[in-house]
Design a binder for this molecule. Structure first.
Ligand code: NAD
Length: 414
């Protein structure tokens, strides 16, 4: 149960490589990121003192195009975690057939303890420190936990000042006024809802009879719940870090969101029963969407999971041990690299818009996203049937094969 994120990522890679018949040499290359940068960042604090923060940028693979991946600000950020997330980005961009590779970055810090100006100085120092390895055609960062549009605007500005021209293509999820894509905020949750809808069709269930529980009512969880509710699904439970709520007759995610904005949590929503996060995972629902943190479904609770479909909104919510047990019990798991790929897909649309200085309306963004999500879902389902494996193995196999084929065609130089 205490397997590290990178160990988890390696286990998944090894299984996929075996299934795909990847040669040992290529597997060895893929196990290691191409580049890992650690930077120590002295930052002037508001009280005049200097504090040194540690930041990372891990670039896993760029055989298919510029590195792509978010930047996370969190007290628990470690190199091991960033490495795993960078590798997952390689698979996610390959599976969605985007012209990108995979990377991830982070700074070990607690943004809640920093003022806005300290956050800006820290961000700009980090952007400066990694400026020689990022760029619209080299490595395109994006937000992740605790980083937002403002952080992206500061990175875009710092990078642009350094190179002497405005380069909106250097990061994605910028504010809409700075070539940020319309629809980016809801993109990941929308993608989760689309694949959940497809998975439900796959099992022959009807939306109105389909109950849904969502763990984590943040960006991904809220939008997934809201789109599914709009499609006619019955969202019966949601939660956040403070706890969960359940209502057999269904919850309106928009009203729950209003309650959360006022009270700071979904807990206490009128007319709903209080449940714990653990109880939410074990509810008898058709669709379970873990959309909060890693490793919440593990060998200790997997036997209690009663959902028929799990759609992984979060990255890495299921441990490899739990995965095998869910497959044996016939529970359909739509893996993270497919389920939450909506965000990076719209980032790709944003990148195109930044490079061409064009603006797409929101409906074009979401329509293009829906097409890409459905196509990827169908590809993965077909392969999983042919090979008689779970969706994660099928998705990983497609992704790893695409990356290895690109590596073979390009060759190694120098
Ligand atoms: P967020 O911070 O907006 O929301 C996270 C939610 O989870 C919050 O409601 C928080 O209260 C809740 N939470 C935190 N710890 C919890 C716990 N122990 N139990 C239950 N709930 C808990 O973050 P987000 O952007 O929605 O990201 C959620 C997950 O989705 C992460 O794993 C992230 O890596 C992944 N993801 C996000 C995106 C994106 O575009 N935002 C894209 C791909 C993957």
């Amino acid at each position: 149960m205490n397997v590290s994120p990178y160990e988890m990522a390696l286990t998944q890679l090894e299984k996929a490589a075996e299934l795909a018949g990847i040669e040992h040499d290529y597997l060895e290359v893929l196990k290691k990121p191409m580049r890992e940068v650690i930077v120590h960042l002295p930052v002037r604090m508001d009280d005049g003192s200097i504090r040194v923060f540690t930041g990372y940028r891990v670039q896993h693979n760029n055989a298919r195009g510029p590195f792509k991946g978010g930047i996370r600000y969190h007290p628990k950020v470690t190199l091991d975690e960033i490495r795993a997330l960078a590798m997952w980005m390689t698979w996610k961009t390959a599976l969605m057939d985007l012209p990108f590779g995979g990377a991830k970055g982070g700074i070990t810090c607690n943004p809640r303890e920093l003022s806005r100006s300290e956050l800006e100085r820290l961000t700009r120092r980090y952007a400066w420190a990694i400026s020689s390895i990022i760029g619209p055609y080299e490595d395109v960062p994006a937000p992740d936990i605790n980083t937002d549009e403002s952080v992206m605007a500061w990175i875009a500005d710092t990078y642009s000042r350094l190179v002497g021209r405005w380069e909106p293509g250097v990061v994605t999820s910028k504010p809409p006024q700075l070539w940020g894509a319309e629809g980016r905020r809801e993109a990941t949750g929308f993608g989760v809802a689309i694949v959940a809808r497809e998975a439900v069709k796959e099992l022959g269930l009807r939306p109105r009879e389909t109950t849904v529980a969502v763990q984590g009512f943040g960006n991904v969880g809220y939008w997934a719940a809201r789109f599914l509710w709009e499609m006619g699904f019955k969202v019966v439970a949601v939660s956040d870090s403070k706890g969960g709520i359940y209502r057999r007759e269904g919850l309106n995610p928009v009203e729950v969101k209003e309650h959360k904005l006022e009270e700071g949590s979904v807990v206490g929503f009128p007319g709903a029963e209080a449940i714990s996060n653990e109880e939410l995972l074990e509810l008898e629902v058709a669709v379970l969407i873990p959309a909060a943190i890693e490793r919440v479904i593990h060998s200790g609770n997997v036997d209690e999971i009663k959902a028929r479909i799990i759609v992984e909104g979060a990255n890495g919510p299921t441990t490899p041990e739990a995965d095998s047990s869910l497959f044996d019990r016939g529970i359909l798991v739509v893996p993270d690299i497919l389920a939450n790929a909506g965000g990076v897909t719209v980032s790709y649309f944003e990148w195109i818009q930044a490079l061409t200085r064009e603006k797409w309306p929101r409906n074009r963004v979401l329509k293009s996203l829906e097409e890409k999500m459905v196509r990827a879902f169908r590809e993965v389902v077909e392969d999983s049937r042919k090979l008689e494996v779970d969706l994660r193995k099928a998705a990983m196999r497609i992704a790893v094969l695409r990356v290895v084929n690109a590596m073979k065609l390009r060759g190694f130089w120098p």
